[in-house]
Design a protein. Structure first.
Length: 173
């Protein structure tokens, strides 16, 4: 389940604020299967990890963000022909420094994540986020929540096989 922190950070380095990748004090990750129960599994994995790291003080914020990032990956980044329970290249990474925590979700999609009703660039037209029915919608605000509850967030495409992207959020501890 866990992997070496420096290796995990390699694809994240360009998108993160300046942090020495060799100074990761703890890092772990878990593979997620193609089913919505994976969101609950990601929350449980996050709770166990933060408790083990004695970093519970931001659990509520981190858990909300993990839920949103994993939900976005499940909803927008998986191919249409995926079978429920199939293990795909969707992975949750948690990395801890002395005073910072990063949660990152890797998924197989090359689509750009953008805040808004659709969650994906090109799925909504310019100005669509201003429609009143979208403000009251039950979905489409995930990245706004990520932005609100984390100290910073970002994403970048992965160039190595199998491709895709990493969406990350940073929390100060």
């Amino acid at each position: 389940m866990g992997t070496n922190g420096s290796t995990m950070l390699e694809p994240l380095r360009q998108g993160l604020p300046p942090i020495d990748p060799t100074a990761v004090s703890s890092a772990t990750s878990c593979a997620l299967s193609a089913r919505y129960e994976a969101v609950g599994e990601a929350r449980r994995f996050t709770r166990r990890t933060l408790t083990e790291w004695c970093a519970d003080e931001r659990f509520d914020d981190v858990c909300l963000v993990v839920s949103e990032l994993v939900t976005n990956a499940m909803r927008h980044a998986l191919p249409q022909d995926v079978h429920p329970g199939e293990v795909l290249p969707v992975r949750l990474h948690l990395m801890r420094w002395t005073q910072r925590l990063v949660c990152a979700v890797r998924d197989p999609s090359d689509a750009t994540p953008v805040p808004g009703y659709s969650g994906l660039l090109g799925a909504a037209g310019p100005g669509d986020g201003d429609r009143p029915e979208e403000f009251a919608a039950e979905s489409g605000r995930g990245l706004f929540l990520v932005d609100s509850f984390s100290d910073s967030w970002g994403w970048h495409p992965l160039t190595s096989a199998p491709g895709g992207k990493v969406v990350w959020a940073l929390f100060r501890l």
